[in-house]
Design a protein around this ligand. Structure first.
Ligand SMILES: CC(C)(COP(=O)(O)OP(=O)(O)OC[C@H]1O[C@@H](n2cnc3c(N)ncnc32)[C@H](O)[C@@H]1OP(=O)(O)O)[C@@H](O)C(=O)NCCC(=O)NCCS
Length: 194
């Protein structure tokens, strides 16, 4: 519940969290679906990949912790704080992850996140997932602005963001701690107008 705003919130509270988290179709047979307990091994394995470890400092240490993360994801949805999806191929194989977190219904803003498993990279999985989630968030839910941050050294993420219409807005100096120290972070955003 958002209280004491001078303007009505961009997105009214209490409309989304009471509904089941949807399956969101993406291009070419991909879809986004909520995480399931059976995904715990693949989710845990993703965080053994060097590239994912390089850019994601919060990592589950075992399958039990993954299941706790999945429970937190369900609580995020119910509390209208965020949504977390597996990116899945038509045959049901998990290819990656995408999420919208930090929901701010007052401003209609949220933060995007993603990774793709090593074997599925370079085939447009991230781009298709981001496009599908963006369209859902803006057209179905009513978000006005979605943003994402990535290290200035992460050229793959920079390309995904730019290709998906998330324009580079600037550099946040020394903004995030990674395993090898502090990194400057690019801020990208897509709005309804751009
Ligand atoms: C970044 C990541 C999600 C990209 O996923 P992907 O499915 O391979 O991306 P796509 O196939 O949709 O590629 C989109 C664009 O990025 C480019 N790209 C992909 N990997 C790249 C790389 N290593 N370096 C430069 N560009 C790259 C692609 O060439 C494509 O651009 P193009 O169409 O102009 O050629 C994936 O590499 C990954 O999970 N990396 C590790 C975790 C991570 O970086 N997460 C994001 C943290 S902010």
């Amino acid at each position: 519940m958002i209280r004491d705003l001078s303007m009505p919130p961009v997105i009214p509270s209490g409309r989304i969290g009471d509904s089941p988290q949807p399956v969101v179709p993406a291009a070419d047979g991909l879809f986004l679906r909520p995480w399931e307990a059976a995904d715990a091994p693949v989710f845990l394995a993703a965080y053994q990949d060097d590239a994912i470890r390089r850019w994601h400092t919060r990592r589950p240490s075992n399958e039990a912790r993954v299941l706790e993360w999945f429970s937190a994801y369900r609580r995020d949805w119910a509390a209208e704080r965020g949504g977390h999806w597996a990116v899945v191929a038509g045959d049901g194989a998990v290819l990656g992850r995408t999420a919208l977190r930090g929901w701010d219904f007052g401003d209609g803003a949220a933060e995007l996140a993603y990774w793709v498993l090593p074997a599925a990279r370079g085939a447009g999985v991230a781009t298709r997932a981001v496009e599908a989630l963006t369209v859902w968030a803006m057209e179905e839910i009513g978000f006005h602005r979605l943003h994402l941050d990535h290290s200035t050294l992460n050229s793959a993420s920079c390309r995904v963001a730019t290709k998906s219409g998330y324009l580079l807005e600037g550099t946040k100096r020394s903004a995030a701690v990674h395993d090898d120290g502090r990194h400057d972070m690019h801020l990208h955003a897509r709005t309804r107008e751009s």
